[in-house]
Design a protein around this ligand. Structure first.
Ligand code: SF4
Length: 301
């Protein structure tokens, strides 16, 4: 889930969404390390509102397989179209960047590459293997696309044994098809259950964005579907329109409601739930720290 905001698209944001956004220095360490290697981040491409904060705390989510997506989700600001050829050195560049930044928890996502026979799963696997070869290798979290339902592509990723596999459901069943062209609600749910069925001890995570017109009952239904697929961690945040080309927000969800969903999530059995207006699947302040603690604790058992 990459939710972003450009306040120019709102006449008036509700008070709980108005906050001081720290200035983003284009010469920040992360910007420098990324640019030097020609890498991409979802933080920048997705116009994430947390970017300045995350970068100032040395947190970043890498985006592999290029910066052009073959899908065109209506809420997403990542460029859509015909992607460029893959950079065969990308796994090495990511590992170098991770070492230079001294990251202990690395989150990797990608554009969707329906044009590639393996959906880009081979590159995911190479990145994980490269990261594992680093001395004191970091915790590795992958936020993967649906690989068009190709199970062998998913297995390629799982065989590299990342610590966490995330796949974002993003929205409820009734809205899903209209905002996520080329994706399928049940297919996305099944990705999470396959990860668990493989029995590799990989933790799973998903994220939902609210404010697209979903009802509370539908949100609860989706949370149940995710739990039914064995999903361990859940992140819930507010959809904020990244730009004029993306669909408008239908509703700003009040903070109390986010807390209510968090409580419901724990009642359903999620190991960790992060729920709040600015929570993103890779927002490292609110959720990742506790997710990380949980993964480390589980692997020590
Ligand atoms: S929340 Fe995630 S996508 Fe947004 S800036 Fe932070 S790391 Fe990047």
């Amino acid at each position: 889930m990459v939710l972003s905001t450009d306040v120019r698209h709102y006449k008036r944001l509700p008070s709980w969404l108005r906050r001081k956004i720290p200035l983003l220095c284009e010469c920040s360490t992360i910007e420098r390390v990324i640019k030097k290697r020609g890498l991409h981040t979802i933080c920048r491409e997705g116009r994430c509102p947390n970017r300045a904060e995350c970068y100032s705390k040395n947190k970043v989510t890498f985006m592999i397989l290029g910066d052009i997506c073959t899908r065109d989700c209506l809420f997403c600001s990542v460029k859509s179209g015909q992607p460029f050829p893959l950079d065969s050195n990308e796994p090495e560049k990511i590992a170098d960047a991770v070492q230079e930044l001294g990251l202990t928890h690395v989150i990797i996502t990608s554009v969707t590459r329906d044009d590639l026979p393996d959906g880009g799963s081979g590159v995911y696997s190479q990145v994980v293997r490269k990261l594992k070869s680093i001395d004191q290798s970091p915790l590795i979290e992958l936020l993967i696309p649906d690989f068009n339902g190709d199970i062998s592509a998913l297995r390629t990723v799982l065989d590299s044994k990342p610590d966490i596999v995330s796949h974002n459901i993003e929205t409820v069943r009734t809205i899903f098809g209209s905002v996520r062209k080329g994706a399928d609600y049940d297919r996305s749910i099944s990705i999470l259950s396959i990860v668990k069925d493989e029995g590799l001890g990989i933790m799973t995570k998903s994220a939902l964005m609210l404010g697209l017109g979903e009802s509370a009952d539908e949100v609860l239904e989706t949370m149940k579907d995710l739990r039914g697929a064995g999903c361990d961690f859940l992140a819930i945040g507010q959809y904020l329109r990244p730009g004029i080309k993306q669909i408008p927000v239908k509703k700003f969800v009040v903070p109390e409601k986010f807390l209510w969903y968090e409580k419901k999530g724990y009642e359903m059995g999620f190991l960790e739930v992060a729920s709040g207006s600015f929570v993103r699947s890779s927002y490292q302040e609110n959720d990742i720290r506790k997710f990380r603690k949980r993964v480390v604790a589980e692997s020590d058992e």
